[in-house]
Ligand binder design. Structure first.
Ligand code: NAD
Length: 257
């Protein structure tokens, strides 16, 4: 089964990993739906430029993944959903007893609850089409923990649990559900953590990257958005038709430690 002509919806895809996966899907001829909570000229020209570059349909649909009704509306507005990539995510770092309640709520809503809503809206479309792929972008933090990331770690562990349930509920259908668990990937989400970490450890940027971030990643290299796009594409291939309810780590050995 080729991905060409299939509709791939990637939440949170105007930047970082989501954009990398969207580009990989467009490159092989999927019809791509880009999404974020913003609705700027840049968002729409990103879609138009990608459509021109790859000669395929690319649309940008604004929807805030912190709101359940907007998650469902995104899928409805797309009109079809063969490949659902639940990728939108945010991060906040603070000790648990000082973790802002609003940040906890936002992380759980965007990084976990959104996938419940999008998947619930997408499964009937996949069933009707007779084929589907649900790919949840979890994290090494879905399998292990780090201090000060309580909401993020809880959401990422949660999404791996939900992935398994979706896989079991679709096990006898031509639909699979899996989670990809990236280690560190140099995206705006990770960039944003560098200044605070520099201040906290009194280190320069290079030392923060090498000695703090990549300290957990035995390869000592960031994973790339292109590698994550390739992994998502593999999960859409026939070779992966019996891979369901599991996780694929793209973390340079982090979770082998
Ligand atoms: P990023 O900040 O570059 O991208 C996040 C995307 O989510 C952006 O497109 C942003 O606009 C979107 N987004 C944020 N809030 C949203 C909302 N309310 N509604 C809709 N879209 C929203 O970050 P990234 O590193 O590319 O992260 C993408 C995913 O990968 C996240 O789920 C993140 O947890 C996961 N991840 C990232 C890393 C890493 O090292 N970068 C590692 C493991 C997992």
């Amino acid at each position: 089964m080729s991905v060409e002509g299939k509709t791939a919806i990637i939440t949170g895809s105007n930047s970082g990993i989501g954009l990398g996966i969207a580009r990989e899907m467009a490159r092989v001829g999927a019809h791509v739906i880009l999404n974020s909570f913003t609705d700027s000229d840049e968002d729409h020209s990103l879609a138009a430029d990608m459509a021109r570059e790859f000669g395929t349909d690319v649309r940008y649909i604004q929807a805030d993944m912190s709101k359940g009704d907007q998650c469902r509306a995104l899928i409805e507005a797309a009109g079809a959903c063969d490949i659902l990539i639940n990728n939108a995510g945010i991060q906040h770092v603070a000790p648990l007893d000082k973790f802002p309640v609003a940040k906890w709520d936002a992380i759980i809503a965007i990084n976990l609850n959104s996938s419940f809503h999008t998947t619930a809206a997408a499964l009937p479309m996949m069933r009707k089409a007779g084929w589907g792929r649900v790919i949840n972008i979890a994290s090494a933090h879905g399998l292990t923990a780090s201090p000060y990331k309580s909401a993020y770690v809880a959401a990422k562990h949660g999404i791996i649990g939900m992935t398994k349930v979706v896989a079991l509920e679709t096990a006898q259908e031509p639909i699979t559900a899996n989670a990809i668990c990236p280690g560190y990937v140099l995206t705006p989400l990770v960039e944003a953590q560098i200044p605070d970490t520099m201040a906290k450890y009194d280190m320069n940027r290079e030392d923060v990257i090498k000695k703090v971030m990549l300290e957990r990643q035995p390869s000592r290299e960031f994973a790339t958005v292109e590698q994550l796009g390739g992994t998502a594409l593999f999960l859409c291939s026939d070779a992966a038709a019996q891979i369901t309810g599991t996780t694929i780590s793209v973390d340079g050995g982090w979770t082998a430690l």
